[in-house]
Write a new protein. Structure first.
Length: 135
């Protein structure tokens, strides 16, 4: 998986992130006049979109829970860590976890969002806050 940061990754408009000052910021939405936040943002084509506002999730997420998925050995693919990240804005987001070799995720880890290349294209993921950017 390759990292995509600092202007390399361009949002399509429906992507739930944007790159701001070299940092990946996930975006959520809330209905105008309400506090509850939802992820991901509504698609640009949604008739409800006009009744919502985008919310940038700038708080530091923490790891709520995780699992490691082991694909069939026939695929030749390595195990993939998946987890839930809790944002202080009140939203819980499911995504891939990118941890360095030999380091196991721990509930409560401080995380930062990043972008990675996959077979499905560029996706957001989470990495430990104290690590170098996604590799």
């Amino acid at each position: 998986m390759n990292s995509k940061i600092e202007g390399e990754a361009r949002s399509t408009g429906d992507d739930p992130w944007r790159v701001c000052e070299g940092r990946v910021v996930l975006q959520a939405y809330r209905y105008t006049g309400r506090e509850e936040v939802f992820f991901p943002p509504l698609p640009l084509t949604s008739p409800q979109r006009a009744r919502t506002e985008l919310v940038e999730l700038r708080g530091a997420p923490t790891l709520y829970s995780f699992t490691v998925m082991h694909p069939s050995p026939k695929t030749g693919k390595p195990p993939t860590a998946l987890g839930y990240a809790d944002y202080p804005e009140g939203v819980r987001i499911f995504g891939r976890l990118v941890y360095p070799a030999g380091r196991r995720p721990m509930i409560g880890d401080a995380l930062v969002p990043c972008l990675i290349d996959t077979d499905e294209g560029t996706v957001y993921a989470f990495e430990p806050q104290d690590e170098e950017p996604c590799a």
